[in-house]
Design a protein around this ligand. Sequence first.
Ligand code: BF8
Length: 654
Amino acid sequence: MEKKEKKKKELPPASELSSCDSTVQMIEKARRDGVSTAWDRAVEMKPCPIGVESACCKNCFMGPCRLNVRDPYSKVGICGATIDTIMARNFARMVATGTAAHSDHGLCILELFREVAKGNIADYTIKDPMKLEALSKELDLATEGKSVQEMALALYDELLKTYTNINGELPFVKRVPEKTAEQWRKLDIMPRGAMKEVMEMMSRTHIGCDQHYENITKQSSRTALADGWGGSMIATELSDIMFGTPSPTHAEVNMGVLKEDYVNIIVHGHEPNLFESMLLSVNDPFYVVMAKERGAKGINLVGMCCSGAEMMSRHGIPHAGNFGSTEAILVTGAVDAMAVDIQCIKQGLTKVAECYDTPLITTNPRCHIEGATHIEFHEHTPSECTDEIVTKAIARFATRSMPIEIPKKVSTGVHGFSYEYINYMLGGSFRGGYTPLNENIINGRIRGVAGVVGCVNPKVKQDSMHIALVKELIKNDVLVLQTGCSQISLAKEGLLVPEAAQFAGPGLAEVCETVGMPPVLGLGSCVDNTRILIAASEMVKTGGLGDCIADLPAAGAAPEWMSEKAIAIGQYFVASGVYTIFGVGFPIIKDTKFHDLLFDGLEKQGLGKWGFTIDPIEMAHMMIAHIDKKRAALGIDKARERVLLDMSDRRVIG
Ligand code: BF8
């Protein structure tokens, strides 16, 4: 019998796949050039209907077992595992992977910090000794009469416990508001070391081990907290100490940052050390002269994804786009080298890079990609790797054979709002502290605070959910804090500028205009979500907004999430006390006991809870309703009504 030829799905117009004009332009060009990108593969791919609801288990080889998503309690796995056990274990393993990714990144930064402190690495230094001292004091380490090196080595020893603790609490628990930490102790979810938690999670989720969804979820909370208050926090804090704590800086975002007559080098990934070294290499006069001798006007260094977001925050390095645009940018033909390290590096990049004759260079021992060139990055001799990449990029520029088409769009915004800078910005050097922020929340000008973070996902139109959600939040006087790919979505939309106050509600606009700040603050990469945790702790400690993080008029969202890291981040925000809403889809079945626990039960225990919707406006109003609920519980709901009345009175008088 003749085999029926499988009909190819018709591709939708690229403008339906992305709100980013540059990415749309490049998807269209890729199609004309016959090149496949994740956007078109996502149209072709039909997600597994059982996997998408997490109703399958492959934790042993008696199966894999598939349960009925429409009637989840009608069947159990071969071992007898119920739908709640299966979904809780699958969810737990996503948390473990996300935590492992961030914590491994943090451990690399910690080891780098030790070597810098010992003087074994000449290429990096301690750029922010004030932050080193402040952090040491927060962790009750002696600083009086200590040299920078002594403080750094003592801090290294202390923070190593974040990984090695088998019993005892993580060092950064000292930063957690006392009542929140008490809740963790009472609920038995206090995190120990990140290695211990991830290992125990994998052990518990082995066939025939932890088979109670509530107990598995406790381990999910412990593990996720070891990410947020552990591995990720180390990555942020020590990167600041070594490479500089960000303060607001102007930076250009979008594909128009590529320059046709320059050697264009993109760094994409997550660890800042590769990028920091690349910055030195591209500014080395030897390579600048070499580039000019080959006909270029100079070397143009550009970032993407999270390491791009960090470099933009610290040094104002231009940013070409988020996770959704990494293949698309190669289609310009203008990229002379793309250097990557770890996480969110699509394997599909190799094919696209090959089609446009761009060297794709992997640099990290954890991340080789078949078909890419590997030049290993060693932190004791970092320039050996980055110099070689620059040389390759110059050679590619000199022999460019592809037609170049660079989308023209560029948005300039302000990035780099660290926790420390927010402290200074709102209070000034005279009244430093979070008191003015708390006062503006209490008096109602600012209704509450929202963290809008996370990925983009080809299942939804790129950037569209982030943009609609953030616009609705600021319109309703909610101050928005951003990180990761979400921050890049809004930067492209032009909202990370003080002038965006015109889109904010009257209360938030007034605060923004007084302080000169945007209503949407960009904090950096995904590990920098810890800046939001620290800010939340500080708001509690400053007073007037309750005793624990769960009391704050605050909420979080990742409307276009896709990675396991996003699930780990979501769970650490929930366990820290924050209502956290995801879009796209949620990988568990509604109306199950496990679903009830995540979406309701955890809040009843005094923590935060999960939420879900695919509608960004509904998402905004779910967050606003939660913020208003918290305002009412704090007894500050009336103040907001008064302040809004005052404002309309003033407008009438004016
Ligand atoms: O850590 S937001 S797509 S790049 S996972 Fe990845 Fe998601 Fe982007 Fe950075 Ni975060």
